[in-house]
Design a protein around this ligand. Sequence first.
Ligand SMILES: [Fe+2]
Length: 236
Amino acid sequence: MAAHTRRDFLRRATTGLAVLGAGGLTLPAGAQPTPASGDLGDYAEFLKGEATTTTAPAPTGKWAATEDNILGPYHREGAPFRAKVTPPLEPGDTLVVNGRVWALDTRKPIAGVVIDIWQANAKGRYDNDDRRNPPAKGVFKNRCRLITDEQGYYEYETIHPGRYLNGRQYRPAHIHYLVRVKGYRQLVTQLYFKGDPMNDKDPFIKPSLIIEPKAVTIEHGTYKVGTFDIVLPPTP
Ligand SMILES: [Fe+2]
C-alpha cells in the first residue's frame, strides 16, 4: 500500500473509531502495525480454542458436568478482562480462586473459555443493587472476565464476599460464574464456602459447588486459596 493511501486509510479508520466517544479507541495517524511475535508455539493452538492436554491432575471422583445455579439479578455484561475482581484496596479478606475448565467428553482442559465473575463486596453489596445510584457506564466493581489459558487454567484475586439479605433470609457468601465457550454448554453457577453458617438454610446452594479455601501465609500476611474446577458437557 502506497504511503499516502495507507495514511488515508488510517485517517478514515481513526475517524470511524472517534465516533465511539470519549472512551473509544483512537490510533495516531502514523501508527504502525504491531509486529508479529515470531514462534507462538502452543499459543497458536490456544488461539484456536481447541481442547488441550495438561499434566495437571484431572478432577477426582466421578466425572460429571458442574451443576448450575441461579443467575440472580446482578449480572452485567461487558466487565473488563482482568485477574483481580476487586478494585485496589477493597476492604475484605483476600481470597485467590483458581481452577481449570474441563471437557466432559474428551476429559481434557479447554483453552479460551470466557468466564464472567461477579460478587458482593464484604458488606454484601453489589455495584448495581441500588437503582437510585447505579454504577457509571464502564465502571465495574467486584466483577471481571477471564479467559482460560492453554492449560484450561484460570485464577483471580478477590476478597471473601459478604452475605446479603434475600427476602427475609441472608444468602451464604458466594461468587457468581457465567462460563461460555464454543462447542460446550453455557454454564451459570455459583461457588460457595464450606463452613458458612447460612449454607444449611439457603434454598439455592448445591453441595457440589462448595469449596474449602486453605490459608496461605506469606511475608505480608495471610490469605486464602480455593480451587473450583469446572466440567462442561458439549453442546448437543
Ligand atoms: Fe449473588
